[in-house]
Design a protein around this ligand. Structure first.
Ligand SMILES: Cc1cc2nc3c(=O)[nH]c(=O)nc-3n(C[C@H](O)[C@H](O)[C@H](O)COP(=O)(O)OP(=O)(O)OC[C@H]3O[C@@H](n4cnc5c(N)ncnc54)[C@H](O)[C@@H]3O)c2cc1C
Length: 531
């Protein structure tokens, strides 16, 4: 918890990917940092994305070359600093007769993408004939198919963990982190922002923290944070809602991700292998509703099912096959432009003319969080009038990648482990080199090797570990944003009792707390229901 007597160099509001990245970079560069979130780390938009670390092929159409170049550079950096979380992904883009983008347009886009990807590690694109395309993905609708492009990007299966590892690294470098603490008000003196007033969700009392610079990285909630102040900020965010559905393997499902133009509105959408399931999305709809209650709507489900079944007719997906769904709001810059797709995906670090020492983050993708953070921390040093040490986040490994050779670590861990192959894979995918710390927990108490979820291979030791060492505060944090068991086919409902029993036995939870935590998890699962 923040000490009211301390004045932090920087207070960051919002522990999504951008706030976490800023906190980490600022702490590494020697600033004193307080990071505050009204919920859990990574519990906002950063959990509701398509989970791609991509150059943004689509942005080429809108002439955003600088954004594509930056994104491709960042993709490369993330593949190196977080190889356990960010992995190469092969995508196939089929082209149909009468589509808005023909074969030549796609080919030109691919050539430009490769040119901008120069000196990067992922393979260049290949164009496929119709026959080659159908050999690659036999279940594709053959009618009108002209061919396809195959190209590479990257995927962060568990974006939640990418956010968390940034926060863990920030803490390693001295940052203070407070979760479940809502910022209610910006403290202002002589037109200068000088701190925050926040309410601790659990204790309820109002607290204060003083900071020289405040960064509002509240994602789609940025304007809400500003509203608490009378500085008359213009509206900054004009969010659009995007929804995904998740299904199990289906007839004709491919190992390659499919990126296809929707028949209904020409929007590109994805069918992506994800966590042994398929992630299908997304939609793009203006959103003015309650940011804490964003849910998929019936017509979005129809759209995603229809488009998937159209491009892969053997899938015959129905609502009954949807395991769960999720929706989020993109924190895009506010504009009156009617076309959602044309809103820039670039980010902006906005100073406030009437409120000195305050910056608000507008936009910003998972892919470019690191460069956004670098720019934001540069701006902080400039404002503080201090020389900035060099930014090193493009090469400093994240905590779960702390080894010179991740593949060698992976092999060695599996060789030494007495756990099942499924559990080894799970631990390495989720925690990277930190899996060794979990192995140490088991070494001290073998009963913690007990599997709590057969589907993922997750074990009891993880529950203990994430509460003790990863700042989990609730069972839902543990399930959805630490162990990732919450994304199994039951949203973790099959494992929640076992996880709570572990917490009771090893962390001393009362019967009452166990009941409440299980009920809270069940309540959070409602958010994932495809209505
Ligand atoms: C449907 C969809 C698909 C996407 N797909 C991709 C993709 O494939 N690749 C990609 O790179 N990007 C993608 N994005 C974009 C990306 O996910 C977001 O731009 C990014 O996660 C935003 O991060 P953030 O940290 O700014 O916001 P958030 O993750 O929303 O974090 C903001 C945090 O602020 C906290 N907060 C809010 N108000 C307060 C307050 N008063 N006090 C304290 N804390 C507060 C919230 O709890 C939240 O945790 C997608 C986005 C969406 C919605």
């Amino acid at each position: 918890m923040a000490n009211e007597d301390i004045e932090f160099d920087v207070i960051v509001i919002g522990a999504g990917i951008n706030g976490a990245g800023i906190a980490r970079d600022a702490a590494i560069r020697g600033l004193s940092v307080l990071l505050v979130d009204k919920g859990d780390i990574g519990g906002g938009t950063s959990s509701w994305s398509t989970r791609l670390i991509h150059g943004g092929l689509r942005y080429l159409e809108h002439g955003e070359l600088a954004l594509v170049r930056e994104s491709l550079r960042e993709r490369e950096a993330l593949l190196k600093v977080a190889p356990h979380l960010v992995r190469p992904l092969r995508l196939l883009l089929p082209v149909y007769k009468n589509a808005r983008r023909g074969l030549w347009t796609i080919r030109a886009g691919m050539l430009a993408y490769d040119a901008l990807s120069l000196n990067k590690s992922l393979p260049k694109h290949r164009m496929l004939s119709r026959a080659q395309t159908l050999r690659e993905v036999p279940a594709l609708e053959p009618e009108g198919l002209l061919g396809a492009a195959v190209y590479s990007d990257a995927q962060v299966e568990f974006a939640e963990r990418l956010v968390l590892e940034n926060v863990l690294s920030a803490v390693e470098h001295g940052a203070t982190v407070t979760t479940y603490a809502r910022v209610d008000k910006l403290m202002v003196k002589n037109q200068k922002v000088c701190g925050i007033e926040f309410t601790n969700d659990r204790g309820g009392e109002t607290r204060f923290a003083r900071g020289t610079i405040v960064i509002n990285a509240a994602g789609p909630w940025v304007d809400r944070v500003l509203k608490s102040d009378s500085g008359n900020s213009p509206r900054l965010i004009g969010g659009t809602k995007g929804s995904h559905i998740v299904v199990g393997p289906f007839a004709g499902a491919a190992d390659t991700a499919i990126y296809v133009e929707a028949e209904t509105d020409g929007r590109p959408f994805f069918i992506i292998p994800w966590d042994n399931k398929y992630l299908i999305g997304t939609t793009d709809i203006r959103y003015e509703g309650d940011l804490d209650q964003v849910r998929i709507e019936s017509d979005e489900i129809d759209y995603l099912l229809h488009e998937t079944n159209r491009v892969m007719p053997s899938a015959k997906l129905t609502r009954e096959q949807i395991l769960f769904a999720y929706s989020g709001v993109r924190p895009l810059p506010f504009t009156t432009d009617a076309d959602e797709q044309r809103i820039t995906r670039r980010h902006f670090i906005r100073p406030h003319p009437k409120r000195d020492n305050l910056f608000s983050i507008v936009g910003g993708k998972l892919t470019t969080y690191r460069s956004l953070a670098e720019q934001a921390v540069d701006a902080v040093f400039m404002k503080l009038g201090k020389n900035s040490p060099e930014c090193k986040t493009d090469r400093d490994l994240l905590p779960g990648a702390a080894t010179p050779d991740f593949d060698a670590f992976d092999r060695d861990f599996k060789q030494r482990s007495t756990l099942s192959a499924a559990t080894n894979d799970h631990l390495l995918r989720i925690y990277g080199t930190r899996a060794a710390l979990i192995a140490r927990v088991i070494h001290e108490d073998q009963s913690l090797a007990e599997v709590i979820d057969d589907e993922t291979g997750a074990i009891a030791a993880e529950v203990l570990f994430v509460f003790k060492h990863e700042m989990a505060k609730t069972l839902s944090d543990c399930m959805f944003r630490r162990t990732m068991v919450g994304f199994n086919s039951t949203c973790g409902l099959n494992a929640v009792d076992a996880a709570a029993a572990t917490a009771q036995k090893y962390l001393g939870w009362s019967d009452e707390r166990v009941r409440c935590e299980i009920a809270e998890h069940q309540n959070e699962v409602l958010r994932f229901q495809a209505r």
